[in-house]
Design a binder for this molecule. Structure first.
Ligand SMILES: NC(=O)c1ccc[n+]([C@@H]2O[C@H](COP(=O)([O-])OP(=O)(O)OC[C@H]3O[C@@H](n4cnc5c(N)ncnc54)[C@H](OP(=O)(O)O)[C@@H]3O)[C@@H](O)[C@H]2O)c1
Length: 248
């Protein structure tokens, strides 16, 4: 993989899968725009990338509405001139029994997981299409493709993102912009471990071929593949990176 000369904007890059993806793309030559709300964690990611010889900047953004997305797109274009690769990774999980879900939690989950990618793509894809070159990778989840109790809000928001992936592939692909998604299984990020426990994440995979949860770098490498020219004939795909859980 060679991302030399490319500018990659990665949302939710202040921790977890996004942070590891930012580090990986930077190691392969991308100028990485690390985005999130937490300035301190964002700066730490940037410093780590620079200390390893990579190139990165932090762009603070709270992604819940069109205005915040447009502001991030404008800031990215201002600091780096353009965005070649957009990784829509920031997300929140809302879990629980359907009758217990507060309307505010439903709205917030859909705002971060669906509305924000929608308006970021609207803000950045036209310039990619005008240049005839660009890549978008959406980070989904395995539970968008099968039913699990307690995941209705989160899983359906990611199912919407899966379908947006296909719509955008149809809309922008003919003008040189590839749009795909990675659908991870349970992954050992700090936040996921804090929420479900290592045993809880492993339990979700007890019948999957891999019989274990993923390490964050195993998801980042799938994202990087789709972002790279190695995937140049791949459009509109939802790539499961779930140890085979959704296949069995
Ligand atoms: N970990 C898993 O088991 C798993 C499984 C399947 C799919 N996924 C998907 O993989 C992606 C990354 O997951 P993860 O476990 O690495 O998550 P994580 O560590 O919780 O990171 C989430 C990131 O999103 C950012 N974020 C959250 N709300 C935001 C908002 N309103 N505006 C801007 N940024 C916001 C956070 O940054 P700040 O705190 O700085 O704002 C953080 O960098 C998500 O799309 C998730 O749905 C994860």
């Amino acid at each position: 993989m060679n991302f030399g000369g490319k500018v990659a904007l990665i949302t939710g890059a202040t921790s977890g899968i996004g942070e590891v993806t930012a580090t990986l793309l930077a190691r392969h030559g991308a100028h990485v725009l690390v985005s999130g709300r937490d300035q301190q964690r964002g700066n730490r990611v940037v410093e780590t990338i620079r200390a390893a010889g990579g190139s990165a900047d932090f762009l603070s953004a709270a992604l819940v509405d069109a205005q915040g997305c447009r502001a991030l797109a404008a800031a990215a274009s201002e600091i780096a001139g353009r965005v070649d690769i957009l990784i829509n990774n920031a997300a929140v999980g809302t879990f629980g029994r359907t009758e217990k879900i507060a309307e505010t939690d439903f709205d917030y989950c859909y705002a971060v997981n669906v509305k924000a990618p929608f308006y970021l793509v609207g803000a950045l894809a036209p310039a990619m299409a005008a240049r005839g070159d660009g890549v978008i990778v959406n980070v989904s989840t395995m539970v968008a493709s099968f039913g699990t109790a307690g995941s209705a809000v989160y899983a359906s928001s990611k199912a919407a993102l899966n379908h947006l992936t296909k719509c955008w592939a149809a809309e922008y692909g003919p003008r040189g912009v590839r749009v795909n998604a990675v659908a991870p299984g349970p992954t050992l990020t700090d936040n996921a471990v804090a929420q479900f426990g290592e045993d809880g994440l492993a339990q979700m995979m007890s019948h999957a071929p891999a019989r274990r949860a993923a390490a964050p770098h195993e998801i980042a490498s799938a994202i990087a593949f789709l972002a790279s020219d190695e995937a140049r004939f791949v459009h509109g795909a939802i790539l499961p990176a779930d140890g085979g859980r959704s296949a069995s």
